[in-house]
Design a protein. Sequence first.
Length: 197
Amino acid sequence: MEVIERPNTEARERFLHELEEIRIRLSPEEEETIRRALAQRVLFTTVERMSQWVVNWARGNSLFPLTFGLACCAIEQMATGGPRFDMARFGYEVFRPSPRQADLIVIAGTLTKKMAPVVRQLWEQMAQPKWSIAMGACASTGGMYNSFAVVQGADWIIPIDVYVPGCPPRPESLLYGFLKLAAKIRKEKGRVYPWIK
Ligand code: SF4
């Protein structure tokens, strides 16, 4: 194979000379500064990790809660969806009418033993991946109702991701719970496509 040398034009000579000057002008400290700046700004990753991060980011910022409430806490949940508190700015405003379209259930209110099988069924009807929030003292621990009729915490029947304390928690608290859940989802690993084994 024949290698054709590029002609050494005057412009090229000048360019190479300038490059040499630039290199000489950099002190070791300056080179170190540039190296550190690159390390801070250039990201090395794998396609798998990057896709996991993108999927988690999208999931955490577009939760579809189920239209569902059990007691007084549900009133605060409704207020959270109203214009004053504006859940929409975080991407959570689309309360779904069917568990098959929802990926989040907020247990908002006192969970009685009579309602427990219904909540369990709703949870099982939701498609993977799915998350849950226990809103208020009653859903988290049974609250003040230490009685034969009340489930002493929604985690007796479904796994709970975030507990929001209060009686009732204010809409700001529920929003904080949503944001905590989004932060948790962003750290998830190995759940990109859970339906593919
Ligand atoms: S935590 Fe308080 S406000 Fe919420 S359902 Fe229980 S009693 Fe009602």
